[in-house]
Write a protein that binds this ligand. Structure first.
Ligand code: HEC
Length: 137
């Protein structure tokens, strides 16, 4: 009985640890790298920054980009169209950034569609998060 209990507990601990690792930015970066068929080291912070700053013209003729809500400085709080505050995107300022895969994927899919009119590729997600987890605002 003791051994069984130990095995169950051990199993839970391993599950808990891998679950934790998969939930951090590193786990997500590894996931996108696997999807893209490239190593994590191939992600580019420079390309991620360019995506963040890229400007497009909306159907209404306005200049829009990720910065429209997240501001041009990822160390500063952003603002939704409805005026709600968004925590800064840089992990250095908001350590909880990119630690919840369900949240990260939900917003990538919503915001990429909104701004680019298409889904972001796994490479773009990796680049974007590589920049924001490294930038020192
Ligand atoms: C219309 C406003 C708006 C625009 C434009 C926008 N975002 Fe966001 N974004 C939000 C909001 C609101 C949240 C969720 C609130 C939060 O995370 O604090 C969010 C969260 C995110 C997250 C989740 C971060 C995490 O902690 O996991 C990612 C990733 C993201 N946005 C990427 C982008 C990218 C990439 C672009 C440009 C292609 C973009 N956003 C443009 C409003 C916007």
């Amino acid at each position: 009985m003791g051994r069984l209990k130990g095995a169950v507990l051990g199993g839970l601990m391993v599950w808990g640890l891998t679950g934790w690792a998969a939930g951090g930015p590193e786990g997500q970066l590894q996931g996108w790298a696997r999807e893209a068929g490239i190593p994590v080291s191939a992600f580019s912070a420079a390309r991620g920054e360019a995506l963040y700053r890229q400007e497009r013209t909306s159907a209404q003729g306005a200049a829009i980009g990720c910065f429209s809500c997240h501001t041009k400085d990822p160390g500063q709080p952003g603002r939704t169209r409805a005026g709600k505050t968004i925590e800064p995107m840089a992990s250095a300022v908001t350590p909880t950034r990119f630690t919840d895969p369900a949240k990260t994927e939900k917003w990538f899919s919503r915001n990429c569609q909104d701004v680019l009119g298409r889904a972001c590729t796994p490479e773009e997600k990796g680049d974007f998060v590589t920049w924001l987890t490294r930038v020192k605002p």
